[in-house]
Design a binder for this molecule. Structure first.
Ligand SMILES: NC(=O)c1ccc[n+]([C@@H]2O[C@H](COP(=O)([O-])OP(=O)(O)OC[C@H]3O[C@@H](n4cnc5c(N)ncnc54)[C@H](O)[C@@H]3O)[C@@H](O)[C@H]2O)c1
Ligand SMILES: [Zn+2]
Length: 368
């Protein structure tokens, strides 16, 4: 089976993308991770109800025990307390240092299971079986794991890469359309920062993607994974190039924080955040008006996205709390042409405020 490799300084592993992979998962795990007597699956009751039977079948056929550990769905459960609870369960279920965890779920479950694997008995192996579009193209690879604190998202964590990522686009057949649209925003982001051809391909294939066409979804996932894998391979710890993946996220994170993570999905906030980044780039003449319009148009086709209540000033304050803030100037990912972005360090408060204000006008006009 073909795979895309992440070759980071501390880990080298494959990402397999194939429709129907779930039906042969036990075999693939044996090939990538060796013979197992049991696997410990971290998932949610909702995902297990949809995909548990299909998941279990290949393991039963190979006489591998499947031990399931459940976490409730939702970002609010991405907490250290949940990880501790899982660790107790894991220990009671007999997991030793050579145990293998399987994260079956979206980014919330993947981040938590990865963190649990990073700290359980000082680190055990895990694989990702991502079930949302966002998790398939983004959170399942790259090795960032962690949980939230009350004061901020992902503030407790660790770098711990999976042994392999097994992505089955067919699993997306049960994903709510809103989640798919939000996830696709991150593919548009990947295209804008790194791949003009992919951008043009997305323009051509967006309707099929939104309709859940498996073949087209598989292609979009593969290309998005390849873009992220290349960036992560070059800069595992986000000292340079990996920052590019934060395109649209400075303002996106501010919107999420200002709305207490309750109104918008992450990808939806990033969509608005990318519009702010495009406005800022166009105002600097770093990006042509024509290209800015093309990016905006593709983002609008993924929407309409929800409106939200937050003043420009409030959002600006939240960008300052963002990890990417440097004293008075802001670090910012600037799209310079479709397929290329650059990290700049000199965005002033005033300049960012203007971009946020024009984004808010678009939110009023185009949001729902
Ligand atoms: N580690 C990283 O590099 C990284 C990158 C991006 C995002 N993240 C994290 O990812 C999280 C968001 O992940 P997400 O968008 O996948 O959200 P999520 O994990 O909350 O999943 C979204 C919803 O979809 C449901 N769901 C999942 N798979 C389904 C399926 N196949 N069918 C039907 N329903 C399904 C879930 O139960 C949940 O209700 C955030 O916590 C974010 O911080 C991490
Ligand atoms: Zn994101």
């Amino acid at each position: 089976m073909r795979s895309i490799r992440v070759k980071a300084a501390s880990a080298d592993y494959p990402v397999f993308v194939q429709p129907g992979l779930l039906a042969r998962l036990a075999n693939h795990i044996r090939l990538s991770c060796g013979e197992q007597q049991a696997v410990f699956v971290i998932t949610s009751p909702e995902i297990w109800a949809l995909w548990g039977e299909a998941f279990q079948a290949s393991f039963v056929a190979k006489n591998v025990d499947v031990i399931t550990l459940f976490v409730p769905a939702g970002e609010r459960h991405k907490r250290l307390a949940t990880v501790e609870h899982l660790a107790e369960q894991l220990s009671r279920a007999g997991a030793k240092r050579d145990g293998l965890l399987v994260a079956l779920g979206g980014g919330v479950i993947g981040d938590m299971a990865g963190f649990l694997a990073a700290i359980y008995m000082r680190g055990i192996r895990y694989v990702q079986v991502p079930t949302t579009y966002l998790a398939q193209i983004d959170s399942s690879l790259g090795g960032k794991t962690g949980v939230n604190l009350r004061v901020g998202k992902n503030l407790l964590g660790s770098f711990h890469h999976p042994v392999a990522v097994f992505t089955d686009p067919r699993i997306l057949s049960t994903l709510p359309p809103r989640e798919l649209r939000a996830g696709l925003v991150e593919s548009v982001k990947a295209a804008v920062l790194g791949d003009l051809r992919f951008f043009t391909w997305l323009e051509r294939n967006l309707d099929k993607l939104l309709a859940g066409d498996e073949k087209v979804l598989t292609q979009a996932i593969e290309t998005s994974v390849r873009i992220k894998a290349e960036i992560v391979s070059a800069d595992e710890r986000e000292s340079g190039q990996r920052m590019l993946l934060n395109l649209g996220h400075t303002v996106g994170h501010a919107i999420e924080a200002a709305t207490h993570y309750s109104t918008l999905l992450h990808g939806e906030a990033v969509a608005w955040g990318m519009l702010a980044a495009v406005q800022l780039a166009a105002a600097r003449s770093a990006l042509s008006a024509k290209e800015a319009a093309r990016i905006e148009e593709l983002i609008f086709r993924l929407g309409p996205f929800p409106r939200f209540r937050a003043s420009a000033k409030k959002l600006l304050e939240h960008t300052s709390a963002d990890k990417k803030h440097l004293q008075n100037a802001h670090r910012f990912v600037l799209p310079t042409t479709i397929g290329l972005a650059t990290v700049i360090e000199d965005v002033s408060q005033e300049e960012l405020l203007v971009a946020i204000q024009s984004m808010l006008r678009v939110v009023r006009e185009r949001g729902v």
